[in-house]
Design a protein around this ligand. Structure first.
Ligand SMILES: CC(C)(COP(=O)(O)OP(=O)(O)OC[C@H]1O[C@@H](n2cnc3c(N)ncnc32)[C@H](O)[C@@H]1OP(=O)(O)O)[C@@H](O)C(=O)NCCC(=O)NCCS
Length: 435
């Protein structure tokens, strides 16, 4: 059974003052994971899923207390009241992940000394991603998830605060539509993505052999032969990722200041930093190492164009179905975690993007499609592209369609500042933010 014996324990109303947040024991975590494996296990067996959840506490971003597990439980429950005398009730559960958030104010930050400096500065705050909101099947419909969230929202404002400052926000990605979390204070933000179809796979088989590999190598060779700015691609790997993240963050800070000035709204972004990106890549590695018994190289992204005029994307694989990846190509995707246009500031002033940027963008997306095709991924998804990136997509000639998600992965934010959340610009609301 999932929790305290119901023989002697009557489920309390969700409003009961004896209910509160707590951190689960290791045994409670395992019991929760065993139950939610059917929702989030994907292609992993239960045993592989249990290992993965434990592994997440050891990787960048979520190690060293970066991830916190939460449960809603009942302090009125006592072991003596339960016939099995072992387990307290786990009425709902979730996790939070500490993240860095960058904030630019349109008006001076009320907390700062110099108003001018404050307006021209990007402030660093703590933010929290919330994931895996779950209620054990036998407890559903009692508003326990609602109660947990109504306690957790305000609690996260002070949780892991730095320098005595409140967190900027918490965010989650709803898989149950736009209403449920919005009613609890996490407003739904845009959930548009461009979906690119991937040509028929040049597949990597589970044992590492690649069919059609020779043809692909010839194609890649011819790509490499092209001159600078004409589609030459540098793959992204763990080795060259960090400086790209640093450059990205610098550019994003400038964009936040521009956005705050132009919109006269507070503008915020999750930092696309090395830890955040690596969290996605480690997660991808874990799942792929289970699905493929191969160490075949996988590019983590691609860069095109000369320094100063580069376009790059960092990406990760997602395998949706149960069973062999080759049998679920239509459910498998490559997610563009983050797309960067290095000269974005000058390009966004133009009606039509410059030719070299258009070529670099198209080359990067073609590289994403090639990599997808090798790894049984039927689509490439790019979340919430900026205005300039929308133009680049439309003029790329690449087959794509626009999808507005209504049900799943709806970015939703609770803002802890004075502004109404609807007046906050969430800049770079891309897949790298997700957890
Ligand atoms: C979603 C979930 C956490 C709700 O837990 P709960 O304790 O029963 O939630 P509450 O009693 O607070 O709220 C029930 C509400 O959730 C709604 N809900 C539950 N599942 C839903 C779904 N798949 N789509 C839309 N709404 C859903 C119910 O319709 C009900 O709506 P109401 O408030 O208008 O009556 C629970 O159903 C669950 O664990 N589901 C599986 C995992 C999951 O999908 N988690 C959400 C990830 S974003």
């Amino acid at each position: 059974m999932g929790s305290a014996s119901q023989d002697t324990y009557t489920l309390p109303p969700a409003t009961s003052p004896s209910l509160g947040l707590a951190h689960p024991t290791d045994a409670e975590k395992r019991r929760t994971w065993a139950l939610n494996h059917t929702h989030w296990g994907g292609a992993l067996t239960l045993e592989q899923y249990l290992k993965r959840e434990a592994y997440f506490t050891t990787i960048p971003l979520t190690r060293d207390g970066g991830m916190t597990h939460w449960i809603l439980t009942d302090s009125a429950w006592s072991p003596a009241a339960a016939t099995d005398s072992s387990t307290r009730p786990v009425l709902a559960s979730c996790e939070s992940i500490r993240k860095r958030v960058l904030v630019a104010y349109s008006n001076p930050d009320p907390g700062a000394d110099s108003t001018t400096a404050a307006a021209a500065t990007v402030h660093e705050r703590v933010g929290h991603g919330i994931g895996s909101v779950f209620t054990y099947p036998e407890f559903r419909g009692n508003r326990y998830a609602a109660r947990m969230l109504s306690d957790l929202g305000p609690w996260l404002r002070k949780w892991q605060a730095q320098d005595g400052r409140d967190a900027a926000c918490s965010a989650l990605w709803s898989d149950i539509g736009k209403q449920y979390y919005a009613k609890k204070g996490w407003a739904a933000f845009p959930s548009l993505h461009a979906e690119f179809l991937v040509p028929v796979p040049v597949s990597v088989s589970v044992d590492g052999k690649e069919s059609g590999r020779e043809e692909q190598e010839e194609e890649e060779e011819s790509e490499r032969g092209k001159g600078e700015g004409e589609g030459e691609i540098t793959p992204i790997s763990y080795d060259n990722l960090e400086p790209l993240c640093q450059r990205d963050e610098q550019l994003l800070k400038e964009r936040l200041l521009r956005t705050a000035r132009a919109t006269r709204r507070t503008s915020a972004a999750f930092a696309p930093d090395h830890d955040t990106l690596r969290w996605h890549l480690y997660r991808d590695d874990y799942i792929s190492s289970v699905l493929f018994k191969t160490a075949a190289p996988f590019a983590r992204g691609a860069i095109a164009g000369p320094e100063g005029r580069r376009v790059w994307a960092v990406w990760a694989r997602s395998y949706g179905g149960i069973g062999a990846p080759a049998d679920n190509v239509h459910k498998n995707k490559l997610y563009i975690l983050r797309l960067v246009i290095e000269p974005e500031a000058s390009e966004e002033m133009k009606e039509v993007p410059s030719n070299d940027i258009q070529e670099a963008f198209t080359a990067v997306m073609q590289a994403a499609q090639r990599e997808s095709s090798r790894w049984h991924l039927g689509k490439v998804d790019l979340w919430n592209p900026s205005t300039i990136v929308k133009k680049l997509i439309d003029q790329s000639g690449l087959q794509h369609r626009w999808v507005e998600r209504d049900e799943d992965s709806i970015p939703s934010m609770m803002w802890y500042g004075d502004e109404d959340v609807r007046n906050v610009e969430w800049v770079a609301n891309e897949k790298y933010c997700w957890c």
